[in-house]
Design a protein around this ligand. Structure first.
Ligand code: SAM
Length: 282
C-alpha cells in the first residue's frame, strides 16, 4: 500500500470519529512510523509501506479515534518553536498560544541577557525556546511535577540549553533569596467547574495539575503575581499566559500588586491570551 492510500483510510476514519484535526493527525502518525518528515513522504508517492508500518498505523489511528488519545502522546513528540520536543502522559502538551508568548517576550525584552524564572516548566518548552534565542541568558525552571522536570531536563539536553538551566522540583512558594529579570509562567488556569467541559483528549489524558486553576481558575496566577512582587527585579518583566476571558480580572490583580500592563498578545481567534507587565516605579 502507498502512503497516500493509507493516509486516506486514516483520515476518513478520524473524520468519522469527529476528530477535527483528522488530516494532520494521520500525517503526523504516518510520518513518525516512516521516520521521515511529512513534507518528504507526502511527495514520495511510489514508496510502498511495509506490513508492520501499516499495522502500527492502524493501531495508533484507532487509539486516536476511539480512545481520543492526543496525537502528541501517541507519537511522543510535539513541535514547538521549531524544536522537536519529547512529550509523554503526565506532562502538558505544549500549545501554539504559548509560542505567541515566547515570541512577544523575545521581541520586547530590553535586557540583553536576562536571568529567567520559568514557573511550571512542564516539557520545558518556554525556557528552552527563550534560551535558544537569548544566547547569553541563564535561567531556573521549576515544577511541582517530578515527571515534568525529568522531561524538561531531557528536552533541554536534546536542544542544547541544559548547561544554562537549573531545574528544581518545587513550587514557586519556595523560591526565595533570588531575583529575576524575567519571570514567565503558563500556569494552570481552568476553573474547577469547567474541567468537565474540556475536550475528551484533554480531560482524560492531560494532567489535572497542569490545568486546574481552582474555583475561578485564577488561584495559581494570583499567587504567581504576588510572589513576583518579591522576586522580580525593579526593571524586570512578568510574562503570563492566561485563559480565554480572564484578561479583565488578571489585569486588576496585576494593578492591585503594583504592576503595569506593558503588552498583550491575542491568539488566532482574537482573544487576549498573554500579558507582559512590569512593576510600577515611584
Ligand atoms: C499549563 S502547564 C504549563 C507547562 C509548560 N510551561 C507549557 O507551557 O507547556 C502548568 C505547569 O505548572 C505546574 N505547576 C502547577 N502548580 C505549580 C506550583 N505551585 N509550582 C510550580 N509548578 C506548578 C504543573 O505541574 C504544570 O507542569
Amino acid at each position: 500500500m502507498l502512503p497516500n492510500e493509507l493516509l486516506k483510510i486514516g483520515s476518513n476514519f478520524l473524520k468519522k470519529k469527529r476528530i477535527n484535526s483528522y488530516q494532520i493527525d494521520s500525517e503526523l502518525i504516518l510520518s513518525k512510523l516512516i521516520g521521515e518528515p511529512r513534507e518528504k513522504f507526502l511527495l514520495n508517492f511510489n514508496s510502498k509501506l511495509t506490513s508492520s508500518q501499516i499495522f502500527s498505523f492502524k493501531k495508533l489511528i484507532l487509539r486516536r479515534g476511539i480512545k481520543k488519545e492526543p496525537t502528541a502522546y501517541l507519537i511522543k513528540n510535539k513541535e514547538f518553536w521549531s524544536n522537536d520536543l519529547k512529550v509523554e502522559p503526565g506532562v502538558l502538551i505544549p500549545r501554539p498560544e504559548t509560542e505567541l508568548l515566547v515570541e512577544k517576550i523575545i521581541l520586547n525584552i530590553k535586557i540583553s541577557s536576562p536571568y529567567i524564572l520559568d514557573i511550571g516548566t512542564g516539557s520545558g518548552c518556554i525556557i528552552i525556546s527563550l534560551l535558544q534565542e537569548l544566547r547569553h541568558s541563564k535561567g531556573v525552571a521549576i515544577d511541582i511535577s517530578k515527571k515534568a522536570l525529568v522531561l524538561a531536563k531531557k528536552n533541554s539536553k536534546i536542544n542544547n540549553t541544559y548547561n544554562r538551566i537549573k531545574f528544581y522540583n518545587r513550587s514557586f512558594n519556595e523560591i526565595n533569596n533570588s531575583k529575576f529579570d524575567l519571570i514567565v509562567s503558563n500556569p494552570p488556569y481552568i476553573a474547577k467547574h469547567q474541567m468537565k467541559n474540556l475536550q475528551d483528549d484533554i480531560k482524560y489524558f492531560e494532567p489535572k495539575v497542569a490545568l486546574d486553576g481552582g474555583n475561578d481558575g485564577l488561584d495559581v496566577i494570583r499567587k504567581v503575581i504576588y510572589k513576583s512582587t518579591k522576586i522580580l527585579k525593579t526593571n524586570g518583566l512578568l510574562a503570563l499566559e492566561i485563559g480565554n476571558g480572564q484578561y479583565k480580572k488578571v489585569s486588576q490583580i496585576l494593578k492591585l500588586n503594583k504592576f503595569r500592563v506593558k503588552f498583550i498578545v491575542k491568539d488566532y481567534q482574537d482573544n487576549i491570551r498573554c500579558i507582559l507587565s512590569s512593576l510600577k516605579h515611584y
